[in-house]
Design a protein around this ligand. Structure first.
Ligand code: ADP
Ligand code: MG
Length: 244
C-alpha cells in the first residue's frame, strides 16, 4: 500500500537557521500516529510544512502525489495559540468553513452542506451552542468546533497540533472516540501530543522527535526509557519516567 504521507529530505529554516534538517519519514494510510517531543523540538514547524504554510526544501508526497495538489485532502487543526479567538463568527459558521473546499468559486453552501455541518456538530455534542460566537465558548468547546470543522471537510487525513491542550475530560473523551472512528473509516490521523499514557493507550505508533526523528514505531516498543531520555534530554529527569 502507498503511504499516506512520505517526506524526503525536508529542511525548514527560520531566518536561515535550520530547525528541521534533511528529515525523512513515512506514515501508512489508516494509522493513528502521535508526534511527541519537548517544546521547541519542531513539531508545529513540521505540521505547518506539511500544510505548505512554511518555505521548505525537500519533497512531501501525500497519497503518492506532490503535496501542493493534495492539501484539500487534509484537515488541519492548528495549535490553539495560533488561532484568533476574538474573531466574531459563530460555531456553526466555523464548522461550515470545512465545506468551502467542496464549493465552486462564488457558490453558496447547499442544504446538503448545512446537513453535513449539523451532523459534524452533533458528533462533537455541540448542537446546543451552534449559534454562539466561538470567543464565548470554553477551551474544550472551541477545540470541538475545530474538530467538527475538520469532520465537515470529509478529509482523508487529519493533522492536529496539540488538540488536547487546555481541554476538559468530556472533550478529551469525545476526541479520542472520534479518532478511533476515523481510523475505522481508514482515515490517517496525525496528532501532536504530550501525554504518554494516552499515546500508549490509543495510538498505534509514535514518532519521537527533537529537531530530528529520534525513534519511531509501534508505541509499545518505541516509548522506551532510553528513547524518551534521548528525546527529552535535559528537559526532564529520567526518574520522572518510571511509569514506562
Ligand atoms: P514545537 O511545536 O515542537 O514546540 P516549534 O516548531 O513551534 O516547536 O518551534 C521549533 C523552533 O523554531 C523553536 O526554537 C522556535 O523558537 C522556533 N520558531 C518557531 N516559529 C518560529 C518563527 N516564526 N520564527 C522564528 N523561529 C521560530
Ligand atoms: Mg508546537
Amino acid at each position: 500500500m502507498k503511504p499516506a504521507l512520505a517526506i524526503k529530505n525536508l529542511t525548514v529554516s527560520y531566518d536561515n537557521h535550520p530547525i528541521l534538517h534533511n528529515l525523512n519519514l513515512s506514515i501508512d494510510q489508516g494509522s493513528l500516529v502521535a508526534f511527541v517531543g519537548p517544546n521547541g523540538s519542531g513539531k508545529s514547524t513540521l505540521m505547518q510544512s506539511i500544510m505548505g504554510l512554511l518555505p521548505s526544501s525537500g519533497t512531501i508526497a501525500i497519497f503518492d502525489q506532490p503535496s501542493q495538489y493534495q492539501r484539500h485532502k487534509i484537515a488541519y487543526i492548528p495549535q490553539r495559540s495560533c488561532v484568533d479567538w476574538t474573531f466574531p463568527i459563530s460555531a456553526f459558521d466555523v464548522v461550515m468553513m470545512g465545506r468551502y473546499g467542496h464549493l465552486k468559486f462564488g457558490q453558496r453552501p447547499s442544504d446538503q452542506d448545512r446537513i453535513i455541518t449539523q451532523q459534524a456538530l452533533e458528533k462533537v455534542a455541540l448542537t446546543k451552542i451552534a449559534n454562539q460566537p466561538i470567543g464565548q465558548l470554553s477551551g474544550g468547546q472551541q477545540q470541538r468546533v475545530f474538530l467538527a470543522r475538520a469532520l465537515a471537510q470529509q478529509a482523508d487525513m487529519y493533522i492536529m497540533d496539540e488538540p488536547f491542550a487546555g481541554v476538559d475530560r468530556v472533550t478529551e473523551e469525545i476526541m479520542l472516540n472520534l479518532f478511533l472512528q476515523l481510523k475505522q473509516d481508514k482515515k490517517t490521523i496525525i496528532v501532536v501530543h504530550h501525554d504518554i499514557m494516552t499515546v500508549k493507550k490509543y495510538f498505534d505508533s509514535v514518532f519521537l522527535m527533537n529537531r530530528k526523528i529520534i525513534a519511531h514505531g509501534p508505541t509499545a516498543t518505541t516509548l522506551t526509557a532510553a528513547n524518551m531520555n534521548q528525546t527529552f534530554r535535559s528537559c526532564i529527569d529520567i526518574h520522572d519516567l518510571n511509569f514506562l
